[in-house]
Design a protein around this ligand. Sequence first.
Ligand code: HEC
Length: 157
Amino acid sequence: MPPVTNKVPKFEPNLLGMVIKAFMLKPTGPTGEVPKSVTPSVTAEYGKYLANSVANCRGCHTNRDLQTGAFIGEDYSGGFHMDVIGKPGNFCVSRNLTPDPETGHIYNWSQEKFIERFRQGKLIPDSPMPWGPFLKFSDDDLRAIYLYLKTLKPVKK
Ligand code: HEC
């Protein structure tokens, strides 16, 4: 890109800002041990890595507090309302991906159906789920994610 001369002022918060920065903004780190290396394989362990650390399935398929970003629902149980940008009043809700027999959205899906669904891309035009980029998953990646989702604690919604 062409170089642009633009002096950005130094970040100098006032007293209140410094207090907030020191006591209220807490950086969040990894919740468990970080693996030293990851080997692609058709295992729930690799699926967990893809779902949590690469594709952020958990970030949308768990209910969140929109003010703080904190997770307020049970992992992967869905119910996170996301407003459709530019369409006031419209929203999408993420699905319960846990293996609950009654309310788990993919409980009855075979591995093949799961892969097939990802190959179809976006079907609901306003969906915020990045179906397009997810077309790049290989069948084995999707098998691994499917295996991981089956290991989750079932949550009835
Ligand atoms: C940006 C938010 C977001 C992310 C990231 C996300 N999803 Fe979703 N997902 C949604 C929403 C909202 C829906 C409901 C609308 C739809 O079906 O597109 C949904 C629907 C689904 C469905 C049901 C589709 C159907 O046709 O019934 C499955 C399965 C799914 N997501 C799995 C996943 C997996 C696996 C990942 C990670 C690889 C993931 N999602 C990442 C928001 C997200």
